[in-house]
Design a protein around this ligand. Structure first.
Ligand code: EPZ
Length: 416
């Protein structure tokens, strides 16, 4: 198991290119199950979670050929089970449920347990599938799903759940009749999945809105697709550049989906500009504390909360950070405080009082975005920061240390 060692205090300089989006690639890989045949997916990021999804699909008989595009052959499925061993390492494995029950009319998927950032139940996924005519039973920790042909219907989601919307949209593509998903998630990754499905022959209206209308079709067929780039990875490098007072150009950035993030960085005094698919960060300007509330898209993403908190920990004045999506997403606070940050938690709010400077220390990563916030804080801290359990980072950031090193950071991986 590795750790990351950072000598802080170096302003980042240069260009960094953003990879494909993890949270678009995962549902799109699962969706290849819906269209029997050979798929060619471009811009699939090299991440541990992608490797887990590939292992899961291989168990069902899917064949892969490495490369860009990645070749995915779903012609012949030999299984429809998602085992606990894999699902416990990656909750997104639940995304095979909708495609499997739509294509082979059955699925056996381990229930994902709780996770570091919250209970994260999938009751809305299951309730929606039952509305589509799927018979759901829970047996020894597994969701057993069986159905004849699914039938379209109206589904009103209590919460605009991202993977819930994705699972139900995928299932509905092959249903008999029309499904309306009301209060659907509007995240760009959901829209990217919808565009992928349409490219395979699906009939979907309202893409990018809170009401998705899916007219079921008889079948889908593979068609080449390029996955969108990662807005959270782009936001993470924006925070790294800003906290080091660096001069960085972020290329291949999905600028049209960064509005809420860029606005908060502007409010905080970060000098950044965006055009077409690149974001420029310039030094200068004084960092101010600003309040932020995480919300479903198009609001400020919860997946940027920890990284923004790291930035606020060295800003002038105070900021109140309110987490409205997950009930336990402040675990990084204790570790940021080890680096000298001044943060007080009360319920779902954290009050960050900016410190003059942070000082390096050994810290522990607990989940994907929390670990990114510790790396960002370590880049600004005086002295040496050691981030343990970096496997969390590998799940969602492609070649993070190489990319930061190329921007001049004094950073390296070392055996723990
Ligand atoms: C997706 O998770 C993302 N993961 C998460 O990114 C992201 O934080 C989250 O959406 C919110 O934007 C992927 O896309 C693979 P939700 P998801 O269902 O779909 C409650 C990262 O760092 N809920 O939208 O699991 C739930 O508990 C990860 O890349 C129910 O109560 O999130 C939460 O409080 C972390 N019942 C809220 O809804 C349900 O059936 C939103 O969760 C489903 C969700």
């Amino acid at each position: 198991m590795d750790k990351i060692v950072i000598e802080g205090g170096v302003p980042l300089q240069g260009e960094v290119a953003i990879s494909g989006a993890k949270n678009a690639a995962l549902p799109i890989l699962a969706a290849t199950l819906l269209a029997p045949g050979v798929h060619r997916l471009a811009n699939v990021p090299e991440l541990a979670d992608i490797r887990t999804m590939r292992r899961l699909l291989c168990i069902m008989g899917v064949k892969f050929e490495d490369g860009d595009p990645l070749v995915v052959d779903t012609t012949k499925l030999t299984g429809w089970m998602a085992p606990y061993e894999l699902v416990k390492t990656m909750r997104a494995a639940v995304l095979v449920l909708g495609p499997l029950v739509a294509r082979v009319r059955q699925a056996s998927v381990s229930l994902p347990g709780g996770c570091a950032i919250g209970a994260r139940p999938i009751n809305l996924h299951l309730k929606g599938l039952e509305a589509l005519g799927v018979k759901i039973t829970l047996n020894q920790g597994y969701v057993e799903a069986k159905a004849k042909r699914l039938r379209g219907t109206d589904i009103h989601l209590d919460i605009p759940t991202v993977t819930g919307t994705e699972n139900l949209m995928m299932a509905a593509t092959l249903a008999r009749g029309t499904t309306r998903l009301i209060n659907a998630a509007q995240e760009p990754e959901v829209a990217d999945l919808a565009r992928f499905l349409v490219a395979q022959g699906a009939n979907i209206e309202g893409i990018g809105t809170d009401t998705l209308i899916i007219h079921g079709v008889e079948d889908l067929a593979p068609s080449p697709y390029t996955i969108m780039s990662d807005r959270i990875e782009a936001g993470t490098y924006l925070a790294a550049a800003a906290i080091t007072r660096g001069e960085v150009t972020i290329t291949n950035a999905p600028v049209e989906y960064l509005a809420a993030i860029l606005e908060k960085f502007h409010d905080a005094g970060v000098r950044c500009s965006a055009e077409e698919n690149l974001v420029r960060v310039e030094p200068g300007g004084s960092l101010q504390g600003v309040d932020v509330r995480t919300l479903p898209y198009p609001g400020f993403p919860t997946d940027m909360q920890a990284q923004f908190m790291a930035l606020m920990s060295v800003a002038k004045g105070a900021s109140v950070i309110t987490e409205t999506i997950f009930e336990d997403r402040f675990i990084h606070v204790g570790e940021l405080k080890r680096l000298g940050a001044d943060i007080t938690i009360s319920g779902n709010q954290a009050v960050v009082r900016g410190s003059k400077h942070l000082s390096g220390a050994p810290v522990m990563a607990t989940d994907l975005r929390a670990s990114a916030s510790l790396v960002i804080a370590g880049l600004a801290a005086q002295g040496t920061t050691e981030v343990q359990r970096v496997y969390h980072l590998d799940r969602g950031y492609a070649r993070l240390t190489e990319k930061l090193e190329a921007l001049g950071a004094r950073i390296k991986r070392a055996p723990a």
